[in-house]
Write a protein that binds this ligand. Sequence first.
Ligand code: SF4
Length: 328
Amino acid sequence: MPNYILSKSSFVKSVQCLKAFHLYKYHYTSKDPITKDKQAIFNRGNDVGLLAQQLFPGGIDVSPSSIKKFDESVERTKELIAAGQEVIYEAAFIFDDVLVALDILAKKNNKWHAYEVKSSLKISAAYVLDASLQYYVIKNCIPELEDINLVTINGDYVYEGKLNIDALFKFCSVKKDAVANWDFIADRIKQAKATIENPSSPDIKVGEQCFRPYKCDFFGTCWKNVPEQSVFLLSNVTVGKQVELYHSGIKTLNDIIDFEGLPANTQKQVKAVQNNLEIIDKEKIALFLNEVNYPIGFLILNCTRLQYLFSLIQNHINKFHFYFHYTK
Ligand code: SF4
């Protein structure tokens, strides 16, 4: 049995939705299957993480031999720190029943510096939350932790025949945010632990949290009764407004009676569905297309609705050819 209750990913889930966290702990197999896109993002993250290790050469990697053996990584991290190792990859720590692993831990002037690598160009609030949890756990384990940084891809980097690792990455200290989030993290850990003491999942309705900061892994469980032509298909309407309509009983596009307040294009969308109409503004499409000049990029789509739209355009205007790619 592992001697931790929360991992970074389960903690992040708990902040997004306590029901998702409960399902993750007790009904893991109800998780939606991982999509190819998501898997590709994970793989990219792993590749970039490995590349970033070159920023701090000479480290020892303490990745576990299996996902169930993180305790070994924690022990190995302790041993290496005690033995004077100055760079550790995938260092792991447990505090307050929370396990975190960190991409790179490096010692400078007798102080530890933490680096979490993101295969992204920008820092998001979700990344800062991840790093805040890491800071909370690691600082409690090694008080000499001086700083925590997010390492992202430098979008201005230009490859000139030889990879320059130092120029490829950017560093940003998020220690200030992590310190500011300290009490929030402690509270949310308490809340997550209390949630799993209850064998029943919290009764949380579908809402904005299902999409933010990540699309939840339990859509298949919670959204199975949401009708096909639901108000969540409304274009130009915020998710907040869609949720409000849905919970007020206006569940499908056919339930919409009052069009006031809906943007003009959304009204067209609803009328098209309600009256089973195809509405194509050929004039506007032609105006737009006349402004597009060769070379024209190819579109690769795996969204059936968009594919339908583009086949309509293709049927009417010969200038374009679209290639459709199904990944399902
Ligand atoms: S789908 Fe929505 S309500 Fe259900 S667990 Fe996920 S975030 Fe929570």
